[in-house]
Design a protein around this ligand. Structure first.
Ligand code: DHE
Length: 566
């Protein structure tokens, strides 16, 4: 995650260019020897780096959302000089300060998470040459694959009476578990083990299977047709992963799963109902600037509804891959140049265009999946972070897709094309930021609406101020000139105030679009909750809390995720 020390309003990114300028830098002969470390300290550093730092800085420390942390920048010169080519060389004392307190450039403060000793270990660890984790081959995947319940031993029909379409697959981040919550009764149906720091869930096209991916690369396949949700297969994709999606095109429903890894930089194709590994494709190669990158990580993946195709977004190269899965042995791929540091994104209202944030480039790239071409590169405010974004009809500009920003206090509305003759008058606005809705601060992660709603919800969990991090703002889509309504999720939860911030994060609508579920993401030892709101009245309907409800973050409603409704 990017930041907890972001200031309200615009975020200074003064420090970020350093990371990118240093992207291809190698250590100079002038550099001093790295600080000494015992084997035990190295092991601690390696573990903390993977768990806390690699997501933003990269395994090889070449930088992306976070700065370049190669020894050539982190270590002082032999002669003690602190600068090289205008770049600051850091050294232990300065690095300790940065790790403890964070920076204006977006670095999180760790003084409340790591001990003084751990901070010192990390300051020394990142002056040493990065540890390169092993590669992960098809054989490694096959060896990790566990088919727990073969297809012929699974139910032939749904065994429970539960309304499966309104189940919420809920990430319990720090426990490595997934809670399946019945959206009708608001009762926890089952809690299952998944991967480490479990990240997202996606649904099979039929809605029967839930796929959950952990940051350790473990994919868990859960069958909802049993009396109780049951894990039927698991497989490892690599050592660090963030994304999966299924095959959603007609005729391929539930047939394939694709998973992307941060390490090794590659994507893998598996059988949809067993997770049997079929193929791995590396994403190493050239950036849009024509430079080789050894660690182009796979960020968001989405499955097309109009073609047997996945949209695979490669972070560091800025390449968007359209992968045709109709013939896995003779894979056809269209490679589209966009902008570096691709991250998360979603469909426009027609599901023809996929819009993805090139977050550290402060742009949104739009791909036309019908023509297989880049439709637009839209300049936005700092660090767009849409989640999957939100689609609605703007009274003045027609169909728009919304994204919030980690680095600025606005929600940007981008006009998207429509083939409807009555929308021809909106064509002039297409691919422009037509409006920026004001938020009280930066640090937004997710926005959400629903076709049946006239509300747009926006969170700010990465804002450092309690009054911002613990709330959501709701805009009225019928009149965007009205100030948004503040929803105090922490207060509405009725839980006692805790020392640590409880971030109000990620909104998800119920199947019928009448309720909005928001996670109140507390500390690992604090009681967390999901607060359910009536979307019409904006009043609390239910607080779902339980001693097992630890660090809930993302929630994925079966129907809305299956159909990509947002
Ligand atoms: Fe996420 C989506 C990567 C930290 C909650 N996150 C995504 C996607 C990517 C990504 C690439 C898009 C997946 C897709 O659509 O296929 N996330 C990363 C990181 O690299 C990062 C910044 C740092 C890290 O080390 O992992 C990161 N993410 C977080 C969190 O700390 C969050 C807030 C809490 C958590 O559970 O870990 C978090 N990310 C989410 C959620 C989604 C997501 C809830 C899916 C949003 C949706 O509505 O689809």
């Amino acid at each position: 995650m990017q930041k907890r020390n972001v200031k309200s309003g615009a975020l200074s990114l003064a420090a970020l260019p350093l990371a990118f300028a240093g992207l291809f830098n190698t250590a100079s002969a002038q550099d001093a020897a790295p600080p000494a470390m015992t084997a035990e300290e190295k092991a601690v550093g390696k573990k903390i780096y993977f768990e806390r730092c690699a997501g933003c800085h990269g395994v090889l420390r070449k930088g992306a959302t976070g700065k370049n942390l190669e020894p050539s920048w982190t270590k002082k010169d032999k002669d003690g000089k602190e600068t090289s080519g205008g770049m600051l060389k850091l050294g232990t004392a300065r690095l300790e300060k940065i790790i403890a307190l964070g920076t204006e450039g977006g670095m999180v403060n760790y003084d409340d998470i790591l001990t003084k000793e751990e901070i010192n270990v990390m300051a020394r660890y990142i002056q040493n040459v990065p540890d390169v984790p092993p590669e992960f081959s098809l054989k490694d995947m096959q060896d990790s694959w566990k088919l727990i319940v073969p297809v012929d031993q699974r139910p032939k029909k749904q065994m429970s009476k539960i309304n499966l379409k309104n189940i919420f697959a809920t990430t319990l981040r720090d426990t490595g578990k997934l809670a399946l919550i019945d959206g009708d009764t608001k009762q926890i149906w089952e809690i299952l083990d998944t991967g480490y720091a479990v990240h997202i869930s996606r649904l099979s096209a039929s809605g029967r299977y839930v796929y959950t991916v952990g940051r350790d690369g473990l994919v868990t396949l859960i069958d909802l047709w049993f009396e109780k949700p049951t894990t039927v297969a698991t497989v490892k994709l690599g050592s660090d992963a963030r994304s999966v999606d299924t095959s959603k095109f007609k005729g391929y429903e539930d047939k394939y799963l694709v998973g992307g890894t941060y390490w090794p930089p590659q994507y893998s194709v598996m059988e949809g109902d067993t997770l049997k590994p079929l193929k791995i494709v590396s994403t190493r190669g050239m950036t849009v600037d024509g430079e080789y990158h050894p660690e182009p990580r796979v960020a968001s993946i989405v499955s097309s509804h109009i073609k047997p195709e996945w949209v695979i977004n490669v972070k560091e190269t800025g390449m968007i891959l359209l992968v045709d899965y109709s013939d896995i042995n003779n894979l056809k791929t269209t490679t589209i140049n966009s902008a570096k540091f691709l991250h998360d994104g979603g469909w426009d209202i027609t599901k023809r265009y996929f819009l993805v944030a090139a977050n550290a480039s402060h742009k949104v790239a739009a791909v036309d999946t019908k023509t297989g071409k880049l439709a637009a590169l839209v300049d936005t405010k700092k660090i767009p972070h849409p989640g999957r974004g939100a689609n609605f009809f703007h009274p003045k500009y027609g169909p728009v897709w919304a994204t919030g920003h980690l680095g600025d206090a606005v929600v940007s509305l981008i006009s998207t094309p429509s083939a409807k003759p009555e929308h021809a008058k909106f064509k002039q606005y297409n691919w422009k930021v037509v409006e920026e809705l004001k938020m009280p601060g930066a640090g937004n992660l997710f926005v959400k609406t629903h076709p049946k709603s006239h509300h747009l919800w926006a969170d700010m969990p990465m804002n450092p101020e309690r009054e911002n991090a613990e709330v959501n703002y709701v805009f009225d889509l019928r009149d965007l000139s009205k100030p948004p309504v503040k929803i105090d999720v922490a207060k509405d939860s009725g839980l006692p105030v805790t020392k640590a911030l409880r971030r109000a994060v990620h909104q998800e609508y119920s199947q019928d679009g009448t309720e909005v579920w928001i996670s109140l993401w507390g500390g690992k030892t604090d009681q967390s909750a999901i607060v359910v709101y009536d979307d019409k009245t904006l009043k609390v309907k239910k607080v779902i809390t339980d001693p097992k409800m630890i660090t809930p973050t993302g929630k994925f409603n079966v129907y809305n995720t299956m159909k990509d409704i947002y």
